[in-house]
Design a protein around this ligand. Structure first.
Ligand SMILES: [Zn+2]
Length: 65
């Protein structure tokens, strides 16, 4: 499998960073190059799958058997 590289500096190391973009009501998490900081992806501040699992558990069923 090919290794993921930063499109700006070709580093192969990435990190996640909390961010609050202007105009957004919600915090997000940037996936960025740990060498130069170029943002290569964005994900929700909260892990949606994890939240769904907790809600399902409160409702008394398991999402994943
Ligand atoms: Zn980079």
């Amino acid at each position: 499998m090919a290794s993921s590289t930063c499109p700006k500096c070709t580093s192969t190391r990435f990190e996640i960073k909390e961010a609050e973009p202007k105009g957004s009501k919600y915090k997000v998490m940037f996936v960025q190059c740990s060498a130069c900081g170029a943002v290569v992806g964005v994900t929700d501040y909260y892990s949606v799958p994890s939240l769904l699992e907790k809600i399902a558990a409160k409702l008394g069923f398991k999402l994943f058997a």
